[in-house]
Design a protein around this ligand. Sequence first.
Ligand code: E4P
Length: 218
Amino acid sequence: MRIFLDTANIEQIQQGVKLGVISGVTTNPTLVAKEGHSDYKSVVKQICAMVPGPVSAEVVVEGAHAMLEQAREIASWAENVVIKIPATSEGLEVTSALAKELIKVNMTLVFSANQAMLASLAGAAYVSPFVGRLDDIGSDGMLLVKDIVEIFKGYNLTTKVIAASIRHPQHCLAAAKSGAHIATVPYNVLLQMMKHPLTDTGIERFFADWRKVSGDNT
Ligand code: E4P
Protein backbone atom coordinates (compact mmCIF):
# COMPACT_ATOMS: atom_id res chain seq x y z
CA MET A 1 0.00 0.00 0.00
CA ARG A 2 1.25 3.47 -0.84
CA ILE A 3 0.92 6.42 1.53
CA PHE A 4 -0.30 9.87 0.51
CA LEU A 5 -0.28 12.85 2.85
CA ASP A 6 -3.72 14.35 3.47
CA THR A 7 -2.90 18.02 4.01
CA ALA A 8 -2.40 21.41 2.39
CA ASN A 9 0.25 22.39 4.94
CA ILE A 10 3.50 23.14 3.11
CA GLU A 11 5.83 22.41 6.07
CA GLN A 12 4.13 19.07 6.71
CA ILE A 13 4.50 18.13 3.05
CA GLN A 14 8.19 19.14 3.13
CA GLN A 15 8.75 16.96 6.19
CA GLY A 16 6.71 14.06 4.82
CA VAL A 17 8.63 14.06 1.53
CA LYS A 18 11.94 14.09 3.46
CA LEU A 19 10.91 10.89 5.23
CA GLY A 20 10.82 9.22 1.83
CA VAL A 21 7.54 7.41 2.38
CA ILE A 22 5.10 9.79 0.73
CA SER A 23 4.17 9.16 -2.87
CA GLY A 24 1.36 11.68 -3.22
CA VAL A 25 -0.79 14.31 -1.52
CA THR A 26 -4.52 14.84 -1.25
CA THR A 27 -6.10 18.18 -0.43
CA ASN A 28 -9.69 19.31 -0.13
CA PRO A 29 -11.30 22.74 0.24
CA THR A 30 -11.42 22.40 4.04
CA LEU A 31 -7.71 21.56 4.25
CA VAL A 32 -6.77 24.47 1.95
CA ALA A 33 -8.97 26.90 3.92
CA LYS A 34 -7.52 25.66 7.24
CA GLU A 35 -4.04 26.75 6.12
CA GLY A 36 -5.35 30.21 5.14
CA HIS A 37 -4.17 29.84 1.54
CA SER A 38 -6.02 32.46 -0.50
CA ASP A 39 -4.31 31.81 -3.85
CA TYR A 40 -5.53 28.31 -4.77
CA LYS A 41 -3.53 28.12 -7.98
CA SER A 42 -0.20 29.02 -6.45
CA VAL A 43 -0.58 26.65 -3.50
CA VAL A 44 -1.56 23.72 -5.73
CA LYS A 45 1.37 24.45 -8.04
CA GLN A 46 3.73 24.69 -5.07
CA ILE A 47 2.57 21.35 -3.66
CA CYS A 48 2.79 19.68 -7.09
CA ALA A 49 6.39 20.86 -7.44
CA MET A 50 7.29 19.41 -4.04
CA VAL A 51 5.72 15.97 -4.34
CA PRO A 52 7.05 13.05 -6.38
CA GLY A 53 3.60 11.79 -7.33
CA PRO A 54 -0.06 12.65 -7.76
CA VAL A 55 -1.54 15.66 -5.96
CA SER A 56 -5.33 15.76 -5.68
CA ALA A 57 -6.95 19.20 -5.89
CA GLU A 58 -10.71 19.49 -5.65
CA VAL A 59 -13.05 21.50 -7.84
CA VAL A 60 -14.72 24.23 -5.81
CA VAL A 61 -17.66 25.09 -8.04
CA GLU A 62 -21.05 23.47 -8.56
CA GLY A 63 -22.74 22.24 -11.74
CA ALA A 64 -21.32 19.95 -14.43
CA HIS A 65 -20.35 22.73 -16.83
CA ALA A 66 -18.56 24.84 -14.22
CA MET A 67 -16.85 21.79 -12.71
CA LEU A 68 -15.59 20.68 -16.12
CA GLU A 69 -14.21 24.13 -16.93
CA GLN A 70 -12.50 24.42 -13.56
CA ALA A 71 -11.15 20.87 -13.75
CA ARG A 72 -9.52 21.62 -17.10
CA GLU A 73 -8.02 24.80 -15.65
CA ILE A 74 -6.62 23.00 -12.57
CA ALA A 75 -5.28 20.20 -14.79
CA SER A 76 -3.24 22.79 -16.71
CA TRP A 77 -1.40 23.89 -13.53
CA ALA A 78 0.88 20.84 -13.21
CA GLU A 79 1.62 17.47 -14.80
CA ASN A 80 0.97 15.53 -11.59
CA VAL A 81 -2.29 17.16 -10.54
CA VAL A 82 -5.35 14.92 -10.16
CA ILE A 83 -8.82 16.45 -10.10
CA LYS A 84 -11.07 15.63 -7.18
CA ILE A 85 -14.69 15.42 -8.22
CA PRO A 86 -17.54 14.69 -5.77
CA ALA A 87 -19.51 11.43 -6.14
CA THR A 88 -22.72 12.76 -7.69
CA SER A 89 -24.45 12.21 -11.06
CA GLU A 90 -22.99 15.48 -12.27
CA GLY A 91 -19.63 14.34 -10.96
CA LEU A 92 -19.91 11.18 -13.08
CA GLU A 93 -20.64 13.22 -16.18
CA VAL A 94 -17.60 15.41 -15.50
CA THR A 95 -15.42 12.39 -14.73
CA SER A 96 -16.25 10.64 -17.99
CA ALA A 97 -15.59 13.82 -19.99
CA LEU A 98 -12.25 14.35 -18.21
CA ALA A 99 -11.25 10.70 -18.65
CA LYS A 100 -11.74 11.06 -22.41
CA GLU A 101 -9.34 14.01 -22.28
CA LEU A 102 -6.88 11.83 -20.28
CA ILE A 103 -7.27 14.06 -17.22
CA LYS A 104 -7.02 11.98 -14.05
CA VAL A 105 -9.90 12.08 -11.57
CA ASN A 106 -10.06 11.13 -7.92
CA MET A 107 -13.74 10.64 -7.15
CA THR A 108 -14.16 11.91 -3.62
CA LEU A 109 -16.83 11.74 -0.91
CA VAL A 110 -17.45 8.08 -1.75
CA PHE A 111 -19.67 6.43 0.85
CA SER A 112 -20.98 3.36 -1.03
CA ALA A 113 -19.63 0.59 -3.25
CA ASN A 114 -22.16 1.54 -5.93
CA GLN A 115 -20.71 5.06 -6.09
CA ALA A 116 -17.23 3.54 -6.43
CA MET A 117 -18.32 1.16 -9.20
CA LEU A 118 -19.90 3.95 -11.20
CA ALA A 119 -16.85 6.16 -10.67
CA SER A 120 -14.65 3.42 -12.08
CA LEU A 121 -16.95 2.82 -15.05
CA ALA A 122 -16.90 6.56 -15.77
CA GLY A 123 -13.11 6.39 -15.94
CA ALA A 124 -11.94 7.70 -12.54
CA ALA A 125 -8.29 6.92 -11.87
CA TYR A 126 -8.92 6.87 -8.10
CA VAL A 127 -11.86 6.56 -5.72
CA SER A 128 -11.73 7.85 -2.16
CA PRO A 129 -13.99 6.03 0.32
CA PHE A 130 -14.18 8.15 3.50
CA VAL A 131 -13.53 5.67 6.29
CA GLY A 132 -13.57 7.97 9.33
CA ARG A 133 -16.74 9.81 8.39
CA LEU A 134 -18.58 6.47 8.02
CA ASP A 135 -17.25 5.31 11.39
CA ASP A 136 -18.49 8.61 12.84
CA ILE A 137 -22.08 7.74 11.97
CA GLY A 138 -21.83 4.19 13.31
CA SER A 139 -21.10 2.46 9.99
CA ASP A 140 -18.04 0.34 9.25
CA GLY A 141 -15.86 2.49 7.00
CA MET A 142 -13.24 -0.20 6.43
CA LEU A 143 -15.88 -2.68 5.27
CA LEU A 144 -16.58 -0.27 2.42
CA VAL A 145 -12.89 -0.25 1.47
CA LYS A 146 -12.87 -4.08 1.49
CA ASP A 147 -16.02 -4.25 -0.65
CA ILE A 148 -14.65 -1.83 -3.24
CA VAL A 149 -11.29 -3.62 -3.43
CA GLU A 150 -13.07 -6.97 -3.88
CA ILE A 151 -15.38 -5.66 -6.61
CA PHE A 152 -12.58 -3.92 -8.51
CA LYS A 153 -10.43 -7.06 -8.32
CA GLY A 154 -13.29 -9.30 -9.42
CA TYR A 155 -13.88 -7.29 -12.58
CA ASN A 156 -10.28 -6.25 -13.27
CA LEU A 157 -11.15 -2.58 -12.82
CA THR A 158 -7.94 -0.56 -12.76
CA THR A 159 -9.22 2.34 -10.62
CA LYS A 160 -7.09 2.68 -7.48
CA VAL A 161 -8.71 2.70 -4.06
CA ILE A 162 -7.58 5.45 -1.69
CA ALA A 163 -8.64 4.86 1.92
CA ALA A 164 -9.43 8.44 2.98
CA SER A 165 -10.68 10.18 6.11
CA ILE A 166 -8.08 8.25 8.09
CA ARG A 167 -8.06 9.14 11.79
CA HIS A 168 -5.49 6.88 13.47
CA PRO A 169 -2.77 4.29 12.79
CA GLN A 170 -5.18 1.35 13.20
CA HIS A 171 -7.09 2.69 10.20
CA CYS A 172 -3.86 2.53 8.14
CA LEU A 173 -3.15 -1.03 9.19
CA ALA A 174 -6.72 -2.09 8.43
CA ALA A 175 -6.60 -0.29 5.06
CA ALA A 176 -3.42 -2.19 4.15
CA LYS A 177 -4.96 -5.52 5.20
CA SER A 178 -8.10 -4.69 3.24
CA GLY A 179 -6.13 -4.32 0.03
CA ALA A 180 -6.43 -0.54 -0.39
CA HIS A 181 -3.88 0.62 -2.96
CA ILE A 182 -3.29 3.84 -1.05
CA ALA A 183 -4.10 5.36 2.34
CA THR A 184 -4.11 9.13 2.54
CA VAL A 185 -3.11 10.11 6.05
CA PRO A 186 -2.90 13.31 8.09
CA TYR A 187 0.66 14.21 9.12
CA ASN A 188 0.08 13.45 12.81
CA VAL A 189 -1.12 9.94 11.92
CA LEU A 190 1.98 9.39 9.77
CA LEU A 191 4.18 10.23 12.78
CA GLN A 192 2.07 8.05 15.09
CA MET A 193 2.52 5.11 12.67
CA MET A 194 6.27 5.19 13.30
CA LYS A 195 6.06 5.68 17.04
CA HIS A 196 6.38 2.85 19.57
CA PRO A 197 7.13 3.25 23.30
CA LEU A 198 9.37 0.17 23.28
CA THR A 199 11.49 1.73 20.53
CA ASP A 200 11.91 4.87 22.66
CA THR A 201 12.82 2.99 25.86
CA GLY A 202 15.05 0.68 23.80
CA ILE A 203 17.02 3.67 22.47
CA GLU A 204 17.33 5.14 25.99
CA ARG A 205 18.65 1.86 27.37
CA PHE A 206 21.14 1.33 24.53
CA PHE A 207 22.55 4.82 25.05
CA ALA A 208 22.68 4.46 28.83
CA ASP A 209 24.59 1.15 28.50
CA TRP A 210 26.87 2.61 25.86
CA ARG A 211 27.70 5.57 28.08
CA LYS A 212 28.68 3.13 30.89
CA VAL A 213 31.23 1.23 28.81
CA SER A 214 32.55 4.22 26.88
CA GLY A 215 33.04 6.27 30.05
CA ASP A 216 30.93 9.07 28.59
CA ASN A 217 29.23 10.66 31.59
CA THR A 218 27.46 13.50 29.73
C1 E4P B 1 -9.08 13.08 1.37
O1 E4P B 1 -9.12 12.86 0.17
C2 E4P B 1 -10.27 13.53 2.11
O2 E4P B 1 -10.69 14.77 1.65
C3 E4P B 1 -9.98 13.58 3.59
O3 E4P B 1 -9.31 12.38 3.95
C4 E4P B 1 -11.21 13.78 4.42
O4 E4P B 1 -10.88 13.64 5.78
P1 E4P B 1 -11.87 14.06 6.97
O5 E4P B 1 -13.06 13.19 6.94
O6 E4P B 1 -11.04 13.87 8.21
O7 E4P B 1 -12.23 15.50 6.73
